[in-house]
Design a protein around this ligand. Structure first.
Ligand SMILES: Nc1ncnc2c1ncn2[C@@H]1O[C@H](COP(=O)(O)OP(=O)(O)O)[C@@H](O)[C@H]1O
Ligand SMILES: N[C@@H](CCOP(=O)(O)O)C(=O)O
Length: 317
């Protein structure tokens, strides 16, 4: 469960009084999520998400996320908007943390996606990329390829090897490979960068919302597709590749956005980088999250197994 900061009903009610959203009826901590503290808020008028920003979100980046979601919403993409208070402020302080009230979107995130749901998600990703073609704000990817080696060093070789013997050597070899072969010539744009099944809301096999844009950044567009492919097309432990899901995701994406030869050719390395990114952040969290934190830790090795697949067994797109 990701609730790092406890918010009392009185504090939430006081915050809501600044908005034109009705009075507090219910406040519940949300079990899912890893990065921030999230609460489900019900008022006499509607439902909202209250997010308090924790460790990985830099408050300086929030204007980028605010503008990005506003841009996507205006283009017709199903994303939640930040709510302005009566004075036009969307960023608040609550319990010592930066906090925002956010539109609630209906839908469920699926844990075992079907091909139909993967196709719908691929299309939603393609639609999002099309909509972001004229989005001009930039945010460098703080978890991009240049960050992998420093992150591995911060984890430390002993701690990495305690997760799995030989892991540190494998990770540093993969950093060497990805740094040497990174396809710098591919189109760069604003991307989501974390479109896992838990960040896609689905209703009746249609995408009702894309959420959790807090890793959104400016990077290779095809890398976003590779992250999504790696996140969606495997059993959760990463041991089994589900080709029908991978194919459906790509077909949905191509239906909306199309694809180019250079991105298809670079896909194996984009996917390897995606796996390394999540392997590293999961290792870092595994090593550093205090035992007392109320959060479900994610298995780093599920992304080592995916990395093995893209390295040894993946056919070209
Ligand atoms: N706008 C939203 N509408 C509906 N549910 C949401 C919304 N934002 C977040 N949630 C719920 O909160 C959970 C955690 O949100 P998320 O942004 O993924 O957290 P974190 O950034 O901490 O990983 C989601 O899995 C979803 O259940
Ligand atoms: N998707 C990442 C972790 C980030 O968590 P999220 O809830 O913000 O998507 C992973 O699975 O490692």
């Amino acid at each position: 469960m990701a609730v790092y900061t406890q918010v009392g009903a009185e504090e939430a009610a006081e915050l809501l009084a600044r908005y034109d959203v009705g009075d507090l009826v219910a406040l519940k901590g949300i079990a899912e999520g890893v990065e921030n503290s999230n609460y489900f808020v019900e008022t006499t008028r509607s439902r909202y998400i209250l997010t308090l920003y924790e460790k990985r979100v830099d408050p300086e980046d929030l204007p980028f996320f605010y503008a990005l979601l506003g841009h996507l919403h205006a283009a017709g993409c199903k994303v939640p908007r930040f709510i302005d208070d009566r004075d036009g402020n969307w960023l608040q302080q609550l319990c010592g943390r930066p906090a925002c009230l956010i539109e609630f979107l209906s839908g469920f995130s699926v844990s075992t996606p079907t091909a139909v749901q993967a196709q719908a998600t691929g299309k939603a990703l393609g639609d999002m990329h099309k909509a972001l073609a004229d989005f001009t704000m930039e945010r460098p990817n703080s978890l991009g390829v240049a960050a992998f080696r420093p992150l591995a060093m911060r984890c430390g070789t002993d701690a990495l090897d305690s997760i799995s013997p030989g892991l540190s050597e494998r990770i540093f070899a993969e950093c060497d490979y990805v740094e040497a072969h990174w396809p710098v010539h591919l189109p760069v744009a604003a991307i989501h960068a974390d479109l896992f099944p838990d960040n896609v809301l689905i209703l009746d096999d249609r995408v009702s919302g894309l959420i959790d844009f807090y890793f959104a950044c400016t990077d290779i567009r095809g890398y976003d597709l590779a992250v999504t492919h790696a996140a969606w097309s495997f059993s959760s432990d990463g041991a089994d590749y589900h080709p029908e899901i991978g194919r459906a995701l790509l077909s949905g994406y191509e239906q909306s956005h199309g694809s180019d030869r250079a991105t298809r050719d670079a896909f194996p390395i984009l996917a390897r980088a995606a796996c390394l990114r999540f392997l590293l952040t999961r290792c870092f969290d595994w090593i550093n999250t205090p035992k007392s934190a109320i959060v479900t830790q994610k298995d780093p090795l599920a992304f080592l197994r995916r990395l093995d697949f893209y390295t040894d067994r993946f056919d070209k797109l």
